[in-house]
Design a protein around this ligand. Structure first.
Ligand code: ADP
Ligand code: ZN
Ligand code: ZN
Length: 710
């Protein structure tokens, strides 16, 4: 195949054996590294194309002991060498090898999935052509005039920046919402880049939709110094050619700053000097399919391994990071920035006791009054509800029918805009029936509410409210439904920034990270569900979400002063006495964290214990649980290393037990020792594979190390 042959292919007989990491099919039980023949030795990290079965695939030359009895004869030859590209360096390979080992995946899978998809498809020649072409101008930059130069750091910002410059870290930058953490990142990045002309930095954010604003701020600051090509993004919302261009720019060292989501943690960065993980507490850093890695945890490992500094930043740090930065533990250095920029106030909490409100009201009269007053003063409000659609279920009062998904143990959600019932788990969609499918009753009704309904009701309730510009109040909604098309979210956010929207209704998508300037009131209308969740992380998540959401209010101290207003966070609840709200009122993350950590220590839960989940999927719940039970029994029977230091819980169904006609079960594995857990999991892998063969492949399983939700 002429397409895949490169200059280094010789016609002479192959003499060298090279080990290559390739992506072998999951569950094939195939070796992680395969041997191929090549006329000359190839440096580890070289990208090659090799035959695998009937296909030809991309692989990475790996170092390591050659397996015995594999000489040069009988081996299939390397098909092509992508020699226009520098080999992936040893640090990158160590990162990938560590991640594969830690998260119980094959090396080949991890190595290959860490590379941009287009690289896997490109022949050596196509790649050579690509490399000759200058990369597209990724950063959309304004002109060179930087507002940045005029910014004077606050005393807290200066202190944090100094500490980062002079000490090794890793750092936990614990800064209130609006304390100016981004400015600290920018200064730390500036120093790292100025210190060494080859230095590169990696800046991670939890969500794609936070990248444009960040890209803008970094481009404004650094494009005038290093050129627009020096700043690239890496996230899954990019096209494959864009991703390849960014990846190549990072790999070649041309990009000095890589901004990205969790996947960016695997970018090839030969000059890596600094890693920033913004909103480090965010659950999105945990990959939830394939290799279930935590990009935050890998960032810490990578930083240590590469001698790069690591800054984790958050107003509501994960309890894991909080604990690690406890001076008595001392693994991370905690840097605190409690004050808002410009001496701005954090929002005041206004709790509404829903037990004292008219029955059935979505918006309690005091909250509605507060929103109305803000809109009349020209201020913006943000209303949060973590459920999209119009109502979570349709219900027939006559016979009890509910809009259940035929494929999942979940309801189909009523979406009024297009009159559909949609399952948010499997995606199945149907038209709303005219009458109850079970009894013919024409009066089927929505139960509960989602963002669509809030938007509709608010628009109605505010229909006579007039803004200072003498126009009618405008309500808009931002959630996964309104932002499906590319660029939709940015467009909608731009409308909010431009003041064209008075009240924004949305899911947690808009609660995090955004730097809104004119929002002074944030309301969570129905957060109670999370107060009584069985997930031990639920209180931590809820308080973080409410504090982050509240953090969108009153970010511009000058605006707040000019308006003579005060930022407020409103929460409607049936449980106003819940201790979580007391912590919220005081903005007291440290006190809340201390109390939660004391409970977790007592109960032997993370971060005082280490966990893994084994998930099994099958046609029946019995088969799924049976598989887990048998695999657990086999582990005990075989006296696997570490088994006496781990606790295997009984298998249970997942909270949403059936999705797309697949029954799902899980088994929790826990240990006080991370090493013991790791040793046990590694030794268990072959038994799990064997057990699957016993089940004739009818069960699929996966391991989730350090799971987020259990
Ligand atoms: P955080 O990430 O901590 O929530 P940001 O970094 O977004 O906060 O900063 C909040 C706002 O304050 C931003 O609009 C930012 O431009 C501004 N800001 C940050 N530091 C300063 C400073 N030293 N002087 C003036 N404005 C600042
Ligand atoms: Zn009915
Ligand atoms: Zn479904």
């Amino acid at each position: 195949n002429a397409d895949t042959t490169s200059t280094s292919d010789a016609k002479s007989s192959p003499t060298q054996t090279v080990l290559v990491a390739v992506q072998t099919p999951v569950h094939s039980g195939m070796a992680q590294l395969l041997s191929y023949a090549h006329p000359v030795a190839l440096a580890p990290g070289t990208l090659v194309r090799v035959p695998l079965g009937a296909r030809e695939v991309l692989g990475v030359v790996w170092d390591g002991e050659l397996p015995p009895q594999q000489g040069g004869d009988g081996l299939r030859p390397v098909a092509g060498v992508l020699d226009g590209l520098a080999p992936l360096d040893a640090r990158w390979r160590r990162l990938v090898a560590f991640a594969a080992h830690y998260y119980q995946r094959s090396l080949g899978e991890l190595a290959l999935s860490a590379l941009p998809p287009q690289l896997r498809e490109l022949s050596a020649e196509q790649l050579a052509r690509r490399l000759r072409r200058p990369p597209p101008n990724a950063a959309a930059v304004a002109d060179a005039a930087t507002a940045a130069a005029t910014i004077t750091l606050s005393a807290e910002q200066a202190g944090a920046t100094e500490a980062i410059a002079s000490q090794p870290g890793p750092f936990l930058l614990f800064g209130s919402t609006g304390s100016g953490k981004t400015e600290v990142y920018l200064h730390s990045v500036a120093r790292a880049l100025a210190d060494d002309p080859r230095a590169q930095v990696l800046v991670m954010v939890p969500e794609i939709n936070l990248t444009p604003q960040l890209q803008q701020r970094f481009a404004e600051r650094f494009a005038p110094l290093y050129g627009p090509q020096a700043i690239v993004s890496l996230h899954s919302g990019m096209t494959n050619p864009q991703r390849l261009a960014s990846w190549l720019a990072a790999h070649s060292g041309q990009a000095r700053i890589v901004l990205g989501t969790r996947m960016a943690v695997f970018a090839s960065l030969p000059g890596l000097a600094l890693i920033v993980v913004d909103e480090e507490h965010d659950a999105s850093y945990k990959q939830q399919e394939g290799a279930r890695y935590s990009a935050r945890d890998l960032a810490l490992w990578r930083g240590k391994n590469a001698g790069a500094k690591v800054i984790l930043g958050s107003a509501t740090p994960s309890l894991e990071s909080w604990h690690a930065s406890d001076p008595a533990v001392g693994r991370y250095q905690r840097l605190e920035m409690p004050s808002r920029i410009g001496a701005g106030e954090l929002p005041r909490l206004r709790l509404v006791d829903m037990g004292q409100q008219p029955r059935g009201a979505v918006f309690s009269p005091p909250l509605l009054g507060a929103i109305t007053a803000r809109v009349e003063q020209g201020e913006q409000c943000l209303v949060l509800l973590n459920r999209r659609g119009f109502a979570p279920v349709l219900h027939c009062g006559a016979c009890g029918w509910k809009s259940d998904c035929p494929h999942c143990s979940a309801h189909q959600v009523f979406h009024k805009v297009d009159r559909t019932l949609r399952c948010h788990h499997c995606g199945s969609t149907q038209r709303v029936p005219r009458a109850c499918p079970a009894c013919g009753n024409p009066d089927i009704a929505p139960v509960g509410r989602g963002t669509e309904q809030l938007e509709e009701q608010l628009a109605h309730l505010l229909r006579n409210v007039i803004t200072p510009e003498r126009r009618a109040a405008r309500v808009a909604r931002i959630d996964a439904d309104t932002t499906k098309t590319k660029g939709a979210l940015q467009e909608q956010l731009a409308q909010v920034h431009a003041g064209e929207v008075d009240v924004l209704v949305g899911t947690q998508m808009v609660a995090k990270g955004h730097d809104f300037r004119r929002i002074t009131l944030v309301a969570a209308v129905q957060p109670d569900g999370a107060l009584f969740s069985s997930d031990f992380r639920a209180p931590e998540r809820l308080l973080a979400l409410l504090m982050q959401a509240g953090g969108r209010a009153g970010r511009d101290a000058r605006y707040v002063a000019a308006q003579q207003t005060r930022p407020e966070l409103w929460v409607q609840t049936w449980h106003p006495d819940h201790p979580l709200f007391a912590a919220l009122r005081r903005h007291d993350w440290p006190q809340f964290a201390a109390q939660q950590l004391a409970e977790r220590r007592q109960a032997g839960m993370p971060p005082f214990a280490y966990q893994a989940l084994v998930r099994a999927d099958a046609r029946t719940q019995e088969a799924a649980q049976g598989f887990l039970q048998a695999a657990g029994d086999a582990a005990r029977g075989a006296q696997l290393p570490g088994v006496d230091q781990v606790f295997l819980y009984p298998p249970i169904p997942l909270a949403v037990q059936r999705v797309a006609n697949v029954e799902r079960a899980q088994m929790l594995i826990e240990s006080a020792s991370r090493t013991a857990l790791q040793r046990f999991l590694a030794a268990w892998q072959p038994l799990l594979h064997a057990e699957r063969r016993q089940h004739k492949g009818l069960v699929r399983w996966l391991v989730d190390v350090d799971p987020q939700g259990i």
